[in-house]
Write a protein that binds this ligand. Sequence first.
Ligand code: S3P
Length: 414
Amino acid sequence: MNVTIRPRADFCGEFCIPGDKSITHRAVMFNAAAEGEAHITGALLGEDCLSTAACMRALGAEVRAEGGCVTVRGRETFRDAECDCGNSGTTMRLLMGLLAGRGVHARLTGDASLSARPMERVAAPLRLLGADIATDGGHAPVEVRPAALRGARVQTAVASAQVKSALILAALGAEGESTVCEPLPSRDHTERMLAAMGADIRAEGCTVTVKKSRLRCTDVEVPADISSAAYFLALGALRGEVLCKNVGVNPTRAGILRVFDAMNVRYVLENARTVCGEPVADIRVYKSPLRAVRFGRELMPSLIDEVPVVAVLCAFAEGESVITGAEELRVKESDRIATTAAMIAALGGDCTPTEDGFVIRGKKALAGGNVLSCKDHRIAMSAAVGLAASARGGQIADAGCVNISFPGFYGLLG
Ligand code: S3P
């Protein structure tokens, strides 16, 4: 599917952004492995989260979506299954940890993009807890076989919430105590949700300590996804005034607000509150004269999925922006250092990819043009922002991939 994006001189409005992808995956998966029944409201029904729901059903849990609410009836023991994780790294990596100590034999498969992504970064540390996991040369399909797990102290090589969460989930079924340390703090939705579900878990800085625990089903109200809101907030900063309501602003996810501060984006957080253990606020952004920004590794885990749209903002900002420490982008749904640089070039911008990031020389105006999504949802949506703010607009090829995380994206933008 190709989509045409027209240029917009003004872009103002109030937007209802779909539910947080990371929190929806966890709410469905963890409740499916807990005792009782839970209702999840505001859940994202994008393709990635539907993959998680289908996998949990294949393993024997009940997951039903009706009238904006997902009901999950959990099981503490699963049946052997083949689980198709589709395009979803979170589904595959979290399942590796969840299933490692649950006495099942599961085969985890994925599409071509997921099958090219690294899985030993999860399998190798899980083996330190005694997991019996095989990858195919480091990739999917992944086989998880029954094993008795024991607590261990594990230091992860990358700051990745998927790796950390897999280890925490395995540790829930391991004898004794486990400690997971990561180089920088990654998103902590797993820790917050498991604590609410009765797990014996403590988090401090970059370290999480977990003891063997059983989970009880717990209702979850999912906030809007800041990674999805980012496209609308960026267009507000470029072209008008935008309000996104009920957005998750967990500090481990809200790095884009630090970049807004540095780029001179005017914004306010309204109605700050806590919902189901997660900080939530309404975010209002005003059109702002953007200036270039420099940021690196320290901020990366808190805005990793927003880097392509931040790069688009930099393409319109005054001066030269430099982004470093972003090599994790090379192993996302596409090689996002290459695909972001190509997308900005197609918009008429000036972006040089480096080994671990970008150098972007901002221009007052970009012409627009035709962009390839490379079947990567975040590249397609970042391109849509750039095209809407460009002089002539243009087309996005293979534009349907937005359904991975944001069904209805083009309709809302229109
Ligand atoms: C996610 C963690 C991040 C992020 C992904 C979702 C999660 O991946 O990019 O979109 O829900 O845990 P990494 O753990 O690979 O950094």
